[in-house]
Design a protein around this ligand. Structure first.
Ligand code: FAD
Length: 373
C-alpha cells in the first residue's frame, strides 16, 4: 500500500521550498519532490541575488504581501543563523510619469511607505556610481534590498526537513491525476498518494497542467556581472542601493557588488522558450549589449565581465502572479507563475499555498492572482 500524504509539493524551488517548510511547520505530512537537487541553476532561482522592494510599481496590492514576506525572510535568517537578506535601500529611476516611478509612488503613498523623490542630479550626487538620464527622477525607499536565493532555498528546505517533511531530490513527477477523491502522482519510483497537491514547477508548469490549458509563456532572461573599472568603493552594498531603471529602450535593474561583481539584467524582452530547448549560453553580442547598458548608466562599473547566466521567467498574460486552485480540481493548488518578480514573495506565497491546501483562511487579498484568462 502506498503511503498516504496530506500534501505533495512538486517542485522545490523558491515557491515549493517555502510551501513545504510552511506545511511541515503546521504539522502536515508532506512529501516534496524535485527533478533536480535545489538550489540549482536550471530554473528561475539562481544568480546570487534577488531584489526585494516595497514601493511596488506593479500594483499596491502587493505591498502587504511583500511586507509579510520580508518579515518571514528576516525570521528565517534569524532561525538558521545565516545572512539571507540585506536592506541596501532601493531606487526606482525613470521619467516622473513613467510606469515605474508613478507606480512606485502610488504604492508608497497609498501604503504610507517612507520614500523620497529625487531629481536626477541629486541621485547622481548622492550615488556617484549612477548616471540617470537628465530630467528623470529617482524614488528612494530605505527598506528595499537583496535576498540571496540559493541560501534562502537551502534554508527553507533544511527547516522543512527538520520539521518532518520528506524531501526527495532527483525524483521528477511524470504525471498526476485526481481519482477517488485523492491525488495520485506518478514518478519513476512509483506512485504517491495524497489528499492535496501543490504545483510549484516554475517554468516546467505548462507541461504539467493535465486537462487544462493556461496561457503561460516561458521567457529566457540573462544576468551579467561586471567588475568596476574605477571607484570600486562606489559599488559596495554599503554605498549603493539596488536600482530599477526605466529608460527609453529598456526596463532593467542593477545590484551592488556583493563580491561577485556589479549585476545588471534587463527585465523581459527575452525570447520565448521552454526549459528543454532554452539556449543556455550567452552570445558575445548579448555580453556587449549588457556592457553598453552599464557603460551608459553606471559608467565606472563597466570593467571586466566576470560572469553571466541564463534564467527563466514564467509569465502570465497580465504580468501578475497566478496563485489559485486548479480550475478542474480544487485539491490542486498552482503557485509558480510570477512573471519574473516573485522571489521576494516566496515566504508569503509559501504560507498562502500551505493554508489554501489545508483549507484555512489566508486572510490575504488574492483577487489579483486568480486564474482569469
Ligand atoms: C534572471 C532573473 C531575475 C529575477 N530577479 C528577481 C528579483 O530581483 N526579485 C524577485 O522578487 N524575483 C526575481 N525573479 C523572479 C523569481 O526568481 C522567480 O519568480 C522565482 O524564483 C520562481 O520560483 P519557482 O519556485 O516558481 O521556480 P523554480 O525555482 O524554477 O522552481 C521550480 C522547481 O520545479 C522543479 N521541477 C520541474 N519539473 C518538475 C517535475 N516534473 N517534478 C518535480 N520537480 C520538478 C524544478 O527542478 C525546480 O526546482 C527573477 C527571475 C529571473 C529568472
Amino acid at each position: 500500500m502506498a503511503e498516504r500524504w496530506d500534501v505533495i509539493v512538486t517542485g522545490l524551488g523558491a515557491m515549493g521550498s517555502a510551501a513545504a517548510r510552511e506545511l511541515a511547520r503546521r504539522g502536515a505530512r508532506v512529501l516534496g519532490l524535485d527533478r533536480y537537487a535545489p538550489p540549482h541553476a536550471h530554473g528561475s532561482t539562481h544568480g546570487h541575488t534577488r531584489i526585494i522592494r516595497e514601493a511596488y510599481f506593479e500594483h499596491p496590492t502587493y505591498v502587504p504581501l511583500v511586507q509579510r514576506a520580508g518579515d518571514l525572510w528576516e525570521a528565517l535568517a534569524e532561525e538558521v543563523g545565516e545572512r539571507l537578506i540585506v536592506r541596501t535601500g532601493g531606487l526606482t529611476i525613470g521619467p516622473r510619469d513613467g510606469a515605474l516611478v508613478s507606480g512606485a509612488l502610488h504604492s508608497a503613498t497609498r501604503h504610507g511607505l517612507p520614500h523620497e523623490l529625487l531629481p536626477s542630479e541629486d541621485v547622481a550626487q548622492r550615488y556617484p556610481a549612477l548616471a540617470p538620464d537628465p530630467g528623470s527622477v529617482g524614488l528612494y525607499e530605505p527598506r528595499a534590498g537583496v535576498l540571496f536565493p540559493e541560501a534562502c532555498v537551502r534554508s527553507l528546505l533544511s527547516c522543512a526537513a527538520r520539521d518532518g517533511a520528506e524531501l526527495r531530490r532527483g525524483e521528477a513527477m511524470l504525471a498526476w491525476r485526481v481519482e477517488g477523491g485523492v491525488v495520485r502522482v506518478a514518478t519513476a519510483m512509483g506512485e504517491h498518494v495524497a489528499e492535496r497537491l501543490i504545483l510549484t514547477l516554475g517554468p516546467w508548469l505548462p507541461e504539467m497542467l493535465e486537462g487544462t490549458v493556461i496561457p503561460l509563456t516561458v521567457e529566457r532572461q540573462m544576468q551579467h556581472w561586471f567588475g568596476a573599472r574605477d571607484h570600486a568603493e562606489r559599488f559596495s552594498p554599503e554605498t549603493l542601493p539596488v536600482a530599477l531603471w526605466e529608460t527609453p529602450d529598456h526596463v532593467f535593474y542593477t545590484i551592488p557588488d556583493f563580491g561577485d561583481g556589479i549585476k545588471v539584467a534587463v527585465h523581459h524582452q527575452g525570447e520565448a522558450t521552454d526549459p528543454q530547448r532554452v539556449r543556455r549560453t550567452v552570445s558575445e553580442e548579448e555580453d556587449a549589449r549588457a556592457r553598453d547598458l552599464v557603460a551608459r548608466y553606471l559608467p565606472d562599473g563597466a570593467g571586466e565581465l566576470r560572469a553571466r547566466a541564463v534564467c527563466l521567467y514564467t509569465n502570465t498574460p497580465d504580468g501578475h502572479f497566478l496563485i489559485d486552485r486548479h480550475p478542474l480540481h480544487r485539491q490542486v493548488v498552482i503557485a509558480s507563475p510570477c512573471s519574473g518578480h516573485g522571489f521576494k514573495f516566496a515566504t508569503a506565497i509559501g504560507e498562502i499555498v500551505a493554508m489554501l491546501s489545508l483549507d484555512q483562511d489566508t486572510g490575504a487579498d488574492l483577487s489579483l492572482f486568480k486564474l482569469r484568462w
